[in-house]
Design a protein. Structure first.
Length: 76
């Protein structure tokens, strides 16, 4: 995977996380409390500026009360 493609995928994931968070009327601070991930890191993740490890994806999905697959865009 090229660096550009990797960056694009991080941005897509971040936007999806932000969309789900806002749909649930949660702040980044709410997400910090629910997930244990610093709200500054959540901001950087949502903006595609921070690499995210799998265990953090699991924590964020749990905080949003969604299944892991719901964090990723649908494939055709």
């Amino acid at each position: 995977m090229t660096t550009e493609r990797y960056s694009d995928e991080l941005i897509k994931l971040g936007k999806r996380l932000q969309q789900l968070r806002k749909e649930r009327k949660l702040t980044q601070m709410d997400m910090e409390v629910r997930s244990g991930i610093n709200n500054g890191d959540i901001s950087r993740i949502e903006n595609g500026q921070k690499n995210i490890e799998f265990h953090s994806i699991v924590k964020l999905a749990a905080a949003l009360e969604v299944e892991l697959y719901q964090l990723f865009p649908k494939c055709d």
